[in-house]
Design a protein around this ligand. Structure first.
Ligand code: RM4
Ligand code: MN
Ligand code: MN
Length: 422
């Protein structure tokens, strides 16, 4: 997207924006600090979210999907031009093997993108793969399968080093579908030993994120099934290992805000996957179903990071992990990033001194008032102002549609393209 188009777009919305911004600026005391925080905050986009997601029943591609890693980088670069908040890409190996790392690194740099966490994949068998992961990977009862899965993770680290990434995310589908299938303790031990070998291959300045998930594709037990299990593993592994929270990976009604608070307290929250869900790992647009829950989680993230003196922008690896069947994936990502920024801004509005006072007085009513005061504040003009100041678009979604970006991509790439991913 050319700069002048963004300028034109901003110009056409400027008057209305100014009115809204002045109003919120007069309501909020720390406007400038909030805008600075918003300008710094970056959320990584996963390379598998750029195509239409499928379900086990079907997939309905929308056209113009990126055909290779270069085009995925271009798509994310475009998002970043529009919102200045998606300045990183997260790769899944082997869906996106960087054949020519220096070329890929240079292309990403041209678009102002960094390489966020590298994701390994031992939940699928790949063509030509010697041993199958049907009964698990890092926990498999067969040592040779475990070794193959360990080697794959080490290979992913190598790709990441070439690209300048600094973290590895391990998500495993390992577990069991039926009672009796696994000995839980042996599965745990095998998993731990395998993770230790991967951990030993991490460069000094790297982090390893261990993502938990309650169920699916295994439906009886998951070997890294909840935050307690992940926490147990990462504690045993050492200081470079952290838990990763994916919002969709809990059992219904779990108190995710309490989980992130305690993980932060222990210094073990390393990675974060944003999405939303109604039932399970639905991978829906961030903030589309339970915006208040998202706010409560962000509130604990901000509170917990501040308590530890962590940098909001890079203290945790932020990523969107969403993909579904019905929306244009790029529009969906713009909506997700917007929801994240709006909610982050709301969390920054919470009057922490007053909240603490209310807590100390057991003033439950005031505590609720303070949180909801922030949640009910319309922070959209603050987010737009942060974009305006960094040269991005006042309304990314509107300009995306007005400039017919998807139509252009379909012309260029074709209607029947297929992006790698789930
Ligand atoms: C999993 C999990 C991982 C993601 C894969 C594609 O459910 O969320 O983070 O890499 O899906
Ligand atoms: Mn995830
Ligand atoms: Mn998931």
């Amino acid at each position: 997207m050319e700069k002048f188009k963004i300028e034109e777009h901003n110009h056409s919305l400027q008057k209305e924006h100014q009115r809204r911004f002045e109003f919120i600026a007069s309501e909020v005391s720390n406007t400038e600090a909030i805008i600075q925080n918003l300008m710094n905050f970056q959320v990584a986009i996963p390379s598998w979210a750029l195509g239409t997601g499928g379900t086990r029943f079907g997939r309905f591609p929308g056209g113009g999907e990126p055909r290779n890693l270069e085009e995925k980088i271009e798509d994310i670069g475009m998002l970043h031009v529009l919102n200045n908040s998606s300045g990183a890409i997260s790769l899944h190996i082997p869906w996106d093997i960087p054949e020519n790392a220096s070329h890929i690194k240079a292309l990403a740099a041209q678009h102002g993108l960094k390489f966020d966490a590298m994701n390994s994949n031992t939940f699928q068998d790949q063509p030509g793969q010697e041993l199958s992961y049907k009964y698990g990977s890092l926990q498999n009862v067969n040592k040779a399968v475990r070794k193959q899965a360990i080697d794959h993770n080490i290979e992913v680290i190598k790709y990441g080093i070439e690209l300048g990434s600094e973290s590895l995310t391990v998500w495993l589908s390992d577990g069991s579908c039926f009672p009796g299938q696994l000995n839980f303790r042996k599965a745990f031990q095998n998993m731990l030993e395998s993770l230790e070998e991967i951990y030993a291959a991490l460069p000094n300045d790297w982090k390893m994120f261990l993502e938990y998930k309650a169920f699916e594709p295994n439906f009886y037990s998951t070997t890294v099934g909840d935050w307690g299990q992940s926490f147990n593993f990462v504690n045993k592994l050492g200081p470079k290992a952290f838990t990763l929270v994916d919002l969709g990976h809990h059992l219904p009604n779990a108190n995710i805000e309490q989980i992130v608070s305690l993980l932060l307290m222990e210094g073990k929250l390393g990675g974060f996957h944003f999405n939303d869900s109604k039932y399970g790992d639905d991978d829906l647009t961030v903030g589309s179903i339970k915006p208040y829950q998202l706010f409560l989680i962000f509130n604990e993230l901000v509170e917990g990071m501040d308590a530890k003196g962590m940098n909001h922008a890079n203290g945790i690896g932020w990523m969107i992990d969403a993909s579904h069947n019905v929306k244009d994936p790029l529009e969906d990502l713009l909506q997700s990033v917007e929801a994240i920024m709006i909610t982050y801004a709301q969390a920054l509005l919470v009057d922490r001194t007053k909240l603490q006072e209310a807590q100390n007085n057991n003033d439950v009513v005031t505590a609720q008032e303070i949180l909801q005061q922030a949640f009910r504040t319309d922070t959209r003009a603050l987010v737009a102002e942060a974009r305006l100041r960094s040269g991005a678009a006042l309304n990314p979604l509107t300009i995306f549609r007005n400039e017919k970006v998807r139509e252009g991509l379909i012309k260029q790439r074709g209607l029947k393209t297929f992006a790698t991913g789930l």
